[in-house]
Design a protein around this ligand. Sequence first.
Ligand code: FAD
Length: 523
Amino acid sequence: MKIYDVIIIGGGPTGIALGIELGLHNISTLILEKYPAPLLSPRAQYINARSMEFFMRWGLDDELKASQISSEEFPNQAVWCSKLNGNTYAVSSSNDQLNDDLSPQRSVRLPLWVTEGILRDKLQTFPSVSFLKEYEVINIGLEQDHLIISAKNNSQTINYKATYVVACDGANSITRRQAGIDFKNLTPAKRVISVVFETTDLKKHISVTKGCLFYLLESPISSAIGSINPSHGLWYAQIIYDGDAETIDEIDIDQLMNELTGCTFSKKIINTHFWDMHIQLAEKFSYENRIFLVGDSAHAFVPAGAFGLNTGFGDVVNLGWKLAAVIKKQAQPNLLETYEMERLPVCLRNLEAAQQNADDMTALRKKYNPRDNLEEFAKANIILAKQFTRTLGLTMGYAYFNSPLTHLFDGQSIAPMLKITYQPIAAPGYFLPHIWVSNKQSIYSVLSAINWTLIVSADNCADLIQAWQNKFNQNLSNLKILILEKNSYSCKYILVRPDWHIAYISDELDESYFELCLSNFTK
Ligand SMILES: Cc1cc2nc3c(=O)[nH]c(=O)nc-3n(C[C@H](O)[C@H](O)[C@H](O)COP(=O)(O)OP(=O)(O)OC[C@H]3O[C@@H](n4cnc5c(N)ncnc54)[C@H](O)[C@@H]3O)c2cc1C
C-alpha cells in the first residue's frame, strides 16, 4: 500500500487550499472528499483582503475577482434596514477602510461553490496531489509510524496509509472525534433557519440602499437576507428561530420571508433546514503531532463578521510549509508544535469578535424598539454596522508573538493590534506589510510561497548575505534573497517565513536568529 506523506480528510475550501500549499512543495498528498461536488450552501461568500493576498500565493486572485458577484445593482456592502422596502439605518463595507497602501487587494463576495471550483481547478495542476471524490472517511487508525484511513466508496471500504493526517472535514469532524479531541461550546447554541430560494421578483420591491446583504431589523426575529448569485436570482436567508417547531416543515417559510422583508414576493424555496449556531473551539489543534485540525474542524464561528473561512485559510498557510519542511527532513517534527501555538490564540480572538457582534446585535434589539425610538435605534445600528466591518486590525494585524519562531527585538511591544484599524508593522510576528515594488507590483507578487525570503534594503552586504544563504541552505531550505531599494522598509534586513510572517528584523545581519530560534528545529 502506498504511504502518502499527508492525507487530507475533507475536500472543502480549506482541504483543497491545503492541497495546493502542499502541491507547491511537491508533497505526496491524498484528499478524500465524501461528496461528488461542492455543496450549494450559502456560506463563506465573503473573502477578505488577507485571504485575497493568500489567493495571490496560489495565483488565483484575478480569477476570484473576475467571479465576484458585485455589480452596480448589488454592490459589495451590507445594508442595515427596517425591511427591504423600509428605512435604511446604516451601510457598511470593510473595503471602506482599505486603500492601496494597506493591501493590493480588496474583499470580494462570491458563492462558496465558485471559490471551491477555482481552487479545485488549480489543484489539478499538482502531480503530487490526488483528489478522490465520493470517498467518505469512516475510520482513522493510529499505528506506530503511520495512520490508516478507511474510506467508503460505493459501499466498498478502502484503506489508505499516511504519515500525517489533516482534518479539513468541518465542524462535525470525524477526524477530531476519533482523535478524542474535545470541541468546547464557548456559548449556548441558537437555532437558525437557513433558506436558499430563487426569485426575480424581489429586487423590484427593494427600496432601501443597494447592497448584497441586508440585516432586517424591524421584526423582533433577527434575520439577514443576501444575494448569492444575482444573475440567477439566487438568494439566501438566515433567521434566528426561538419558536417551538421541532421540524422545519412546521414553519411556513414563504410567509415568514414575506413578513421579515416586508414584501410579498414570488419565490421558489430550494432548500431550508435548521442548524445550530454557536462558537466552538477544539481544546487542541493536533494529536501527537501526527493529526492536525484545520478550519471548522478546529473552530466553528457564528456568521457575524465573516471570520470563519477567512480564519481557516490562515490555518492552511501556517501549517502547509511546516508539514513540507518536516516531511522533506529540513526541520525536526517539533516545528509542527508551533502550528497550535501560533494559530490557537488568533482563532480564539476571532471567535470572540464574531460572538461579540452576534451578542451586540441581540442586545441592541432588546434595548431599543424601532417603533418607539427610531432615532436612537438607527444611531445604535450605525455603530454596530461599523463594528461588523471595521475589523482590519483583527483580520490583517494578527501576529505570532508567542512563538519560538519569532525573534522579538529588545523592547518590542507585543500588545495586540486594536481590532478596528490595521496599522502595517514590519516587526517580528506580523505578516509582512504590503509595499509596492517595481512595475507597480506588490511585494506579495515577488515573495516566495515555498522558501524563506531575506529582504535586503542596504548597500555593501554581499558577504553577509552569502554567509546567511550558506547557513540556511545547510539547515532549512533555499533562502531567497530579495534586494529592494533602500528604505523600502524601516529596517535593512527582514527575514520572512514561507507563510509571509516576519521572523526577524535587523539593521545588522547577525546570527542570533539561527542560534536562538531556528536551531531549536533544525538540530
Ligand atoms: C450562514 C453562514 C455564512 C458564512 N459566511 C462566511 C463568510 O462570509 N466568510 C467566511 O470566511 N466564513 C463564512 N462562514 C463560515 C464558513 O462557511 C466555514 O468556516 C468554512 O466553510 C469552513 O471550511 P472548511 O473547509 O473548514 O469546512 P467545510 O466547508 O465544512 O468543508 C468540510 C468538507 O469536508 C467534507 N467531509 C466531511 N466529513 C467527511 C468525511 N467523513 N469524509 C470525507 N469528507 C468529509 C465535507 O463534505 C466538506 O466538503 C459562514 C458560515 C455560515 C453557516
